[in-house]
Ligand binder design. Structure first.
Ligand code: NAD
Length: 503
């Protein structure tokens, strides 16, 4: 009798160029896993330089027609895209769960927050309005217009495989550009799903393209002479590299990097609310959020009761497969990442920190799981404090005063998100004035701005001078032109070799 071993199907994940799937000829690919089972579910193609060029050429060929498409038509198309994504949000949420690992409700939340950016872009006729000044000098009027850049590219991280691309392609395309997306190779299928949906909604072929790949694809984008701008979201070292390379080749660039977000809790804060917020913001999406709270800064005598309240809540967090409705926290994205995150718990005692809850104990199943972990007495010289751990490991630092707490935040090389928990309005007002971070929460642990504001950090969390989505995205994906007009009036016409004056 022969024994048959069932091997799960591995799906090939190709590029999307010029309106259709396009398989790579590179012979190179990367594995895609279901993090909840630990098994490989896909193999994503890795592009060659020529394949990136083919995507750029498709985008360039589509640019002329797309930029001439009226604002009314673009708005109508965006309303259609919005409806389709909304109607099929469960489909893409399931793709996110199966490749990223986050729980289904969280995946739906990701899609909804991304959709808000698409909704903002439905107002593109209003957003692209210029200004007009009549009679700046006798018989002379001036108006300003904003025009698209051409072919623009987006390079995105693994942790929001649908939302972060939406931050980029929606405003870029609404502004009249054509787009090449290089998604994370760890969970690429949401990008192909998006490409097919945009085609179904009626977006002309070539306006949105996807190249799958690794550093070869990224470098080909950064070096390509026909790409006018690059948006990047990912870790700080790669963000810095992308910014330096793209600006060196004359591109406009916004490169969002990593983070280490502090949540300061003052002695007057409500302990239960602060503990609930810390648990939600530290362990949601298994801590794989650039806006996750990774350090609680406990001020004065709040530390003992706060650490106890967080510790007591941890066993209530249900860890499991993201498709199980009972799960609140899923696995990490890969085995390597899980092991790296776990190493911070391993090394904490030697550094002098206290392991209050060790998430390596009792992990469920075969997947890349790590349970919520809590480290106390973490100090700024420790790796657990300085590094972006990007997993479900929350650290607590104890300080004596508010001033010390703000000093810690302002000394951090990152400046993405920060939160203050207090009942004192005066201190909160002072905090928002003096803290060095791009996104501030007052009794709000994850202050991701709504879509009609812009998202971005300070310091090593952002290279470039434009934040993503919202009004700053409209600026980023367009360039300004100012037109000065005089219609000939024979009655006032004369020769004047002087410099044009308005008075
Ligand atoms: P990452 O930097 O490893 O990868 C991001 C992108 O860069 C991917 O598309 C990847 O293929 C590419 N890349 C990776 N290594 C490269 C190299 N050597 N050369 C060229 N390209 C390379 O980031 P990640 O692990 O996918 O995502 C997690 C990181 O993203 C965290 O640091 C997180 O804080 C950050 N992030 C930041 C924000 C923000 O808004 N600031 C949002 C989400 C995620």
């Amino acid at each position: 009798m022969t024994e048959t071993v069932e091997t799960p199907a591995v799906t090939r994940i190709p590029h999307w160029i010029g309106g259709r799937r396009s398989e790579s000829g590179s012979g190179r690919s990367g594995p895609v896993f279901n993090p909840a089972t630990g098994r490989q579910s896909g193999a994503v193609d890795f592009a060659t330089v020529e394949e990136v060029d083919a995507a750029v050429q498709a985008a360039q060929a589509a640019f002329g027609g797309w930029r001439e498409t009226s604002l009314a038509k673009r708005a109508e198309l965006f309303f259609g895209i919005r409806e389709l994504i909304h109607a099929r949000r469960d489909e893409v949420a399931e793709i996110l769960v199966r490749e990223h690992g986050k729980v289904f409700s969280d995946a739906l939340g990701e899609v909804t927050r991304g959709l808000e950016v698409v909704e903002y872009c439905c107002g593109i006729p209003q957003l692209l309005k210029g200004e007009h000044s009549e009679q700046v000098s006798t018989g002379i009027d001036v108006h300003s217009i904003r025009q698209p850049l051409g072919v623009v590219a987006g390079i995105t991280p693994f942790n929001f495989p649908a939302m972060v691309p939406m931050w980029m392609w929606a405003p870029a395309i609404a502004c009249g550009n054509t787009f090449v997306l290089k998604p994370s190779e760890k969970d690429p299928s949401a990008s192909l799903w998006t490409a097919e949906l945009l085609q179904e909604a009626g977006l002309p072929d070539g306006v949105f393209n996807v190249v799958m790949g690794d550093k070869v694809a990224v470098d080909a984008i950064l070096q390509h002479p026909d790409i006018a701008a690059v948006s990047f979201v990912g870790s700080t070292p790669i963000a810095r590299y992308v910014y330096e390379q793209s600006t060196a080749t004359g591109k406009r660039c916004q490169a969002l990097g990593g983070a280490k977000n502090h949540m300061i809790v003052l002695p007057d804060a409500d302990i239960d609310s602060a503990a609930d917020a810390a648990i939600s913001a530290a362990y949601g999406s298994a801590g794989e959020r650039c806006m996750a709270v990774s350090m609680v800064v406990a001020v004065g005598d709040v530390a003992e009761p706060l650490v106890a309240a967080i510790r007591d809540r941890i066993p209530q967090v249900n860890v499991g497969d993201g498709m199980d409705p009972a799960s609140e926290m899923g696995p990490l994205v890969t085995a390597e990442h899980r092991d790296k995150v776990a190493s911070y718990i391993e090394n904490a005692p030697a550094e002098g920190a206290t392991v209050v809850v060790d998430g390596r104990d009792g992990v469920p199943g075969e997947g890349f799981f790590l349970n919520p972990s809590l480290l106390d007495n973490v100090t700024p010289t420790m790796r657990a404090y300085a590094d972006e751990i990007f997993g479900p490991v929350l650290g607590v630092t104890r300080v004596a005063t508010y001033e010390e707490a703000v000093g810690l935040v302002n000394d951090s090389p990152y400046g993405n998100g920060v939160a203050l928990f207090t009942r004192d309005g005066g201190v909160a007002r002072r905090f928002q004035f003096e803290v060095d971070a791009g996104m501030v929460g007052i009794n709000v642990p994850i202050p991701v701005p709504v879509a009609f504001y812009s998202f971005g950090g300070w310091g090593d969390s952002l290279f470039g001078d434009r934040h993503v989505y919202g009004p700053e995205a409209i600026d980023f994906y367009t360039r300004g032109k100012v037109v000065t007009t005089r219609w000939p009036d024979p009655a006032t016409s004369k020769i004047d070799l002087g410099f044009p004056q308005t008075r």
